[in-house]
Design a protein around this ligand. Structure first.
Ligand code: UDP
Length: 341
C-alpha cells in the first residue's frame, strides 16, 4: 500500500529503527530519521540512504530535548511517529536507573506533548515482552497481566504503556499501537545494516556471532537447570525484518481504523520458543561453526520460558513472521562477517 505519509522514526539509526526505515520506504511511507547516535553510528544513515535509494531526511537530536525536537516537528509536519529511541541494556539500567527513567520516560513525554501541540495522532510505540515477567501460561497473550518489573529498564516499559493509556483517557486524540517485542535478532539480508552492540554484548545472538568470529573465546550459557527440554531458557526469537514489517502493518492498520482514539497492544513474536542450546545448534548448522561454550550459573532476572501468542496480531494487523530462526542466524552471521572485514 502506498500512502506517502511522513513518519518520524526516533532511534531510526538503531537496530530495529533502521530496519523499519527500510520497510517503511518499501511500503511507500516517507520516514524522517531522528537519532542522537548514543547507541548507533552515522554510517548506518548512509547505508539507509543507499538501501532506500534516496537521501532520507535526518536529524541528530536527543528526543528529551523538547526545543530541538519541536523544530523537527515544525519543519517536517509528520503524520505519525514511531518511537524507538530508548536505552535498552537491562544490567546498565540497574546500575544507572535515573538515566533510564530520564531517557525512556522523558522522551515519550516529549513525543506526546509535541504530538498534542502539532495535532499529530498516530503513534507506534516500542514495548517489550518484559512487561509479562514469567507468565503463568505460555504462549503468553496480550491480556496476560503485567508483572512487577525485574529491572528499571522493564519498569520504563510498564510506565510508558500506562502513560499512553492515561493520556488517551485525558482526551488527547491519540491512535496508538504498542508492540510488545519478543527477542529481535538477525540483520538485513543485504548485510548492510544490523545490530551494533557496544562493548561486551549482553544478548545471546551477538555473543554467539562474536565468538564464532573469534572476538570472544567462549559463550557462557546462563544456567542449564531450568524446567525445559534441555534445561536452558526458552525465548521467542523474531527476525528484525519481520519485526520491522509489523510496524508498517501497525501504521497501515491505524490509518484503516476510524478517527476515534485508539490504544491497542500486540505481541510481536514468531509464536515459537527455542532453547539456548537449540539456538547454538541451529547456528552450527547454518555456519558450520561449533561455537565453544561453558555452562555458568543462572543470570539474575532471567525468566525461564516465554513465547508469544500471535493470534491477535495475525487477526487484526494481518501480520505473521515469515522468516525462521535459521534465516535470522544466517543474516546475523553474514552481518558479523562483513563487520570484521
Ligand atoms: N544467554 C546466555 N548467554 C549469553 C547471553 C544470553 O545463555 O551470553 C541466554 C539468556 O540467559 C536467555 C537467552 O540467552 O535465556 C536470551 O538472552 P538475551 O539477553 O539475548 O535476551 P533476553 O530474553 O534476556 O532479553
Amino acid at each position: 500500500m502506498s500512502t506517502g505519509k511522513k513518519i518520524i522514526v526516533t532511534g531510526g539509526a538503531g537496530f530495529i529503527g533502521s530496519h523499519t526505515v527500510v520497510e517503511l520506504c518499501k511500503a511507500g511511507f516517507h520516514p524522517v530519521i531522528v537519532d542522537d547516535f548514543s547507541n548507533s553510528e552515522p554510517f548506518i544513515v548512509e547505508r539507509l540512504n543507499e538501501l532506500c535509494g534516496t537521501t532520507l531526511p535526518f536529524y541528530e537530536c536527543d528526543c528529551t530535548d523538547k526545543n530541538a525536537f519541536r523544530k523537527i516537528f515544525e519543519k517536517e509536519r509528520p503524520s505519525g511517529i514511531i518511537h524507538f529511541a530508548a536505552c535498552k541494556a537491562v544490567g546498565e539500567s540497574v546500575a544507572q536507573p535515573l538515566k533510564y527513567y530520564h531517557n525512556n520516560i522523558g522522551s515519550l513525554v516529549v513525543v506526546l506533548e509535541l504530538m498534542k501541540d502539532f495535532g499529530v495522532n498516530d503513534l507506534v510505540f516500542s514495548s517489550s515482552c518484559t512487561v509479562y515477567g514469567q507468565p503463568e501460561q505460555v504462549p503468553v497473550s496480550e491480556s496476560s497481566p503485567s508483572k512487577q518489573a525485574m529491572s528499571p529498564y522493564g519498569y520504563t516499559k510498564v510506565v510508558c504503556e500506562q502513560i499512553i493509556e492515561d493520556v488517551i483517557a485525558s482526551g488527547q486524540a491519540l491512535r496508538c499501537v504498542l508492540l510488545r517485542y519478543f527477542n529481535p535478532i538477525g540483520a538485513h539480508p543485504s548485510g548492510r545494516i544490523g545490530e551494533l552492540p557496544r562493548g561486551v554484548p549482553n544478548n545471546l545472538i551477538p555473543y554467539i556471532t562474536q565468538t564464532a568470529a573469534g572476538q570472544r573465546s567462549s559463550l557462557t550459557i546462563h544456567g542449564n537447570d531450568y524446567s525445559t527440554v534441555d534445561g536452558t531458557c526458552i525465548r521467542d526469537y523474531i527476525h528484525v525484518v519481520d519485526l520491522a514489517d509489523a510496524h508498517v502493518k501497525a501504521l497501515e492498520w491505524i490509518h484503516s481504523e476510524t478517527d476515534e482514539p485508539l490504544r491497542e497492544v500486540f505481541n510481536v513474536g514468531t509464536g515459537k520458543g527455542e532453547t539456548v542450546l537449540e539456538v547454538v545448534n541451529t547456528f552450527k548448522k547454518i555456519s558450520g561453526i561449533d561455537v565453544p561454550y561453558t555452562v555458568g550459573p543462572r543470570r539474575s532476572g532471567d525468566v525461564e520460558q516465554i513465547w508469544a501468542s500471535t493470534e491477535k496480531v495475525e487477526q487484526l494487523l494481518g501480520w505473521k513472521a515469515r522468516l525462521s530462526l535459521a534465516d535470522a542466524l544466517r543474516d546475523a552471521w553474514n552481518w558479523q562477517k562483513q563487520l570484521k572485514a
